[in-house]
Design a binder for this molecule. Structure first.
Ligand code: G3P
Ligand code: CA
Length: 290
């Protein structure tokens, strides 16, 4: 049986959800349409990653989608940071010299709020802070942007999926308009993605990785997207993913990462990907839209 027919049989009862989710802009526009461009950790080639300044920079460039990484502090606050420790992107070693290895999970939100998360990138950004998830979504909302939220290292933070959804709900990000096209939650952990889907089936989800084609039917039960590194992509793989319907009865999509040069952007666009995640969204946009 055709992959789509098999997967669709498992989602036949989700007709309302299917109506809620439009097909990706690239797919809706037909073959040859350009993929969505997503600012990776904000426009992180031009402003310190995962800060509000990086969100602002993406907005300034006219980029609608922003990606981020969510983790949890010792006292249970969700913050936006990529690494599991604070060394690379803050001045934590100077402010708290005796606290090696400076893990996010070992610091309170108040302690993290004291750190400078901008000077490492450049003096113009001195004083930028590690944002809470709440602050981050406020800023994305302020710019009328869309959010590709990554739950990072979920194995370190039991229950982070439920907590993330609670923050999103409190901030108004689980209403119909956000669910319909402004929010995707992704993770490298299939268990985490499945948990998000089970807790809030209306949320669009993505799995980060390149599962074998033989496993895609399973993923289609809980992930709307398969989001691989661009180095692991082929046209056949993209077509295989898109042949399945995801949990909302729409073809699964492919957002690939992290593409920062025009030639690679044009190559993966030629494969038919639905989205390109990039630190240089202006470069990629120009490459794929001419
Ligand atoms: O969104 C894709 C990408 O962010 C995954 O890798 O390590 O940059 O979080 P990483
Ligand atoms: Ca990420």
């Amino acid at each position: 049986m055709h992959a789509r027919a098999v997967a669709a049989s498992t989602t036949a009862l989700l007709g309302t959800a299917a109506l809620l989710f439009p097909v990706s802009p690239a797919r809706a526009a037909g073959a040859g349409a350009s993929p969505v461009v997503i600012a990776h950790r904000g426009a992180s080639a031009y402003a310190p990653e995962n800060t509000l300044a990086a969100v602002d920079k993406a907005a300034e460039l006219g980029i609608r989608w922003v990606e981020n990484d969510v983790q949890r502090t010792r006292d249970g606050e969700l913050v936006v940071l990529h690494d599991d420790n604070l060394r690379r992107t803050t001045d934590v070693e100077e402010v708290f010299p005796g606290r090696a290895p400076w893990k996010v999970k070992d610091f309170t939100a108040a302690e993290i709020a004291r750190l400078d998360a901008g000077s490492w990138f450049g003096p113009a950004y001195a004083g930028a802070r590690v944002p809470t998830l709440e602050q981050f979504v406020h800023r994305v909302e302020h710019h009328h942007q869309k959010l590709l939220l990554e739950i990072k290292n979920p194995e370190l933070y039991p229950g982070i999926e439920r907590q993330t959804l609670k923050v999103l709900s409190n901030e108004g990000w689980l209403d119909r308009s956000h669910l319909a096209g402004r929010l995707i939650v992704q993770s490298f952990s299939a268990d985490s993605v499945r948990t998000v889907h089970e807790l809030k089936p209306g949320v669009k989800t993505g799995f980060l990785g390149t599962p074998p084609v033989s496993d895609l039917l399973d993923y289609a039960g809980f992930a709307d997207q398969i989001n691989p590194s661009h180095g692991s992509l082929s046209p056949a793989y993209v077509a295989s993913v898109q042949a399945f319907d995801g949990p909302h009865g729409r073809p699964m999509e492919v957002f690939t990462w992290t593409v920062d040069d025009a030639a690679t952007a044009q190559r993966v666009a030629g494969y038919g990907v639905d989205g390109i995640i990039t630190n240089k969204p202006d470069v990629v946009r120009k490459a794929v839209r001419g």
